[in-house]
Design a protein around this ligand. Sequence first.
Ligand code: GDD
Ligand code: MN
Length: 384
Amino acid sequence: MTHKNPQISIILPTYNESQNIVNILKSIHANIPKGIYAETIIVDDNSPDGTGKIVEEYISNFKKIAENTIAIIHRTAKNGLSSAILNGIQNAKGETIVVMDSDFSHPPQVLPKMIEAFKQYQCDLVVASRYITGGKIHGWTTKRKLMSKAATIIAKQGLGVKTKDPMSGFFAFKKNIIKGLNFDALGYKILLEILVKTKGINIKEIPYTFENRQLGSSKLDSSTIIDYFKSVWKLYKNGKTKTINEKRNSVHFLSKAARFFTVGASGFVVNYIISMILTSNLIEMWYLHANIFGIVASISTNFTLNKIWTFEDKDFSRKKTLTQYGKFGLFSSLGALVQLGMVFWLVDSYDIAYPLALISAIGVAAFSNFILNKKLTFKEKLWN
Ligand code: GDD
Ligand code: MN
């Protein structure tokens, strides 16, 4: 049997899991459904507590008793969870890959359900989920629960991920869905990368109860959290450019104009508040100077909001952003001049009431501003 390729590869990253590794291996093998040939790949980062050695010993005994196989990849240093998992995947021979922790947080009893789900739901990716009905977390502090929730919300809102538990470390997938993809392998969030980078795959979530580890300690630290933000930002900028471009065309001229005017209104508020604060008793700046600060501040906030929101431009390279900012400032000043001239012209030569003249002038200035920035600052076609 062993000369055949395994159907399933279970990837088991370890760092200082000497107290868990043997029991988790036993438990995993007890839970692999009969008739399925599985390989388990431990990826150990030279754990100081000797996890790697313990596995080597276990493997030499295991070979004599079991039909499934176990292999270990020894890496030289602690290089992070995602990269360990990727390393395991590269060496996996199975058509289906399962990823799980080695500290019993992911109960091996869920494995049969995950494997069954591929057939039952015709899916390519099965996520064991804490955040769907029936899913739970046992033994986490409120702080850790909140952190996990916050990370989940960021992933869903920021990256448009639909999966309820995109932070899950417990999942299984058909290896072919990641063919040709490149991964950043930062921190812990390999599933999130898979969710963002694959297109059109069928995903099924099944509930499970996450059990906080009884033995050993978590390796998640502040650098993991920083890595998380880095990888979300990277995914946001690169991974999603395609979908963003598709979305872009569907956001029409009018909705962009509406966004542009909304931003303009917010700029008015910024301008007003800054000018008021600077002239207040506290700072007592001369009102014209204060107003210059107000104008510069509102141009800056307007620019930023329009770049990110109105025109959905994710390219923040220094040179491009500065050039855009310059143009935006220029058009804003031009708009102000147009507005001033028009008010004067309407009131003086046509005797139109000041409020009406002002409103029309603001409208014309804002609209021409929108067109100029759309075409020249953010280099978009006029109608899309
Ligand atoms: N090889 C290797 N290298 N393994 C690592 C490394 C590493 O740098 N860091 C962690 N591991 C292993 C641990 O030994 C454990 O088996 C597994 O990866 C998970 O690490 P924990 O440190 O126990 O993670 P956790 O319990 O705090 O976080 C869990 O919940 C998160 C969701 O909120 C994990 O399941 C995460 O994957 C999950 O994202
Ligand atoms: Mn854990």
